[in-house]
Design a protein around this ligand. Structure first.
Ligand SMILES: [Zn+2]
Length: 322
């Protein structure tokens, strides 16, 4: 496919004095109310080119939003990648050496981290391990509706429904390439233990609306966590509540095979529902791949950035009954 990306309108935020953090770990701020409550972690810039979350965290820091109960940690995660951001080549600054959102499994490299992202993951790990609730703010490489990735455990889906935004809730198991932050530790386990994590894809990386979605979700998440009261959240952050949400269950993630590069048959888009089973989606390793069932929903097809072998090319999902 030779289609170009949508216009990139969102500016790179200047973190200024907010880059430093107050924890001894660059980019990480922690505020403890001293009152019992949840330990909440909000992460932005896990991918260095996903600016909407950084804008939202920056807004929270600038207005001095602090928890009334429990503690809230805000983290600008992959600063090294963010520093390389250029609007003209926005995909190039997703990471430095490897995807920071694929390193949260067993970490066999822990004693001797070899990449920029492995070193950063170890710096962030203490904040990750103490957190009960995680809001991980991301954006997407192509235009599409905002969505929340909940993992497969129902407690995360229930939280997304309680929060009431965004309109698409996607229950998925992650990627063959490596574990995501939102699936780390307790968050990916079946035991509840008070753990919740949501990864929100706020829209296309460069769209102004992605920042609005990130602010709205940040307010809703902190309110749901009990960290803040409604009037603590700046009024300008709220977007109209969704009238309904669609919950999708990912049945398979198509991972690009080695050999002939994966190609899509059309410029598919997120949230597109393909009516008929057997519809040609594209070619993977030279072989056609098709929709496995009727009313198959497509989630984040990698139509603009050709997926290399081992990367997720598209997730296929079916609607769950409410
Ligand atoms: Zn991302």
């Amino acid at each position: 496919m030779n289609d170009s990306a949508p216009a990139f309108e969102l500016a790179k935020p200047d973190l200024g004095p907010w880059r430093a953090g107050n924890t001894g770990c660059e980019g990480v701020w922690r505020f403890d109310s001293g009152v019992p409550g949840r330990e909440v972690l909000v992460t932005a810039l896990v991918h260095g080119n996903e600016l909407c979350g950084a804008w939202a965290v920056l807004a929270a820091l600038r207005v001095g939003l602090k928890p009334r109960r429990g503690a809230v940690t805000f983290a600008f995660c992959n600063l090294a990648a963010f520093d390389r951001f250029e609007r003209e080549r926005f995909n190039a600054s997703r990471f430095v050496d490897q995807d920071l959102n694929r390193v949260w499994g067993a970490m066999p490299w822990r004693a001797a981290p070899a990449t920029s992202e492995q070193r950063r993951a170890l710096e962030l790990l203490p904040f990750v391990e103490r957190a009960d609730w995680l809001l991980d703010l991301h954006s997407m490489q192509d235009a599409g509706p905002a969505l929340v990735l909940t993992g497969t455990q129902s407690r995360h889906v229930e939280l997304a429904r309680h929060i009431g935004a965004p309109a698409l809730v996607v229950a998925d198991a992650g990627h063959a390439e490596g574990r995501r932050l939102r699936d780390h530790g307790r968050w990916g386990g079946d035991a509840d233990e008070g753990s919740r994590s949501l990864l929100v894809e706020c829209g296309f990386h460069g769209e102004l609306k992605a920042r609005e979605v990130a602010l709205d979700l940040l307010g809703r998440f902190l309110l749901a966590a009990g960290s803040v009261d409604e009037l603590d959240v700046p009024g300008g952050w709220w977007r109209p509540k969704q009238l309904s949400q669609t919950v999708l269950e990912v049945t398979e993630a198509v991972t690009a095979l080695p050999g002939e590069p994966l190609r899509f048959a059309e410029r598919w888009s997120t949230g597109q529902r393909v009516p008929k089973a057997g519809t040609l989606l594209g070619w993977n390793g030279g072989q056609p791949f098709v929709t496995p069932y009727d009313d198959c929903w497509l989630v984040m097809p990698s139509v603009l950035r050709q997926p290399t072998a081992g990367k997720t090319a598209v997730r296929l999902a079916r609607e769950m009954s409410a």
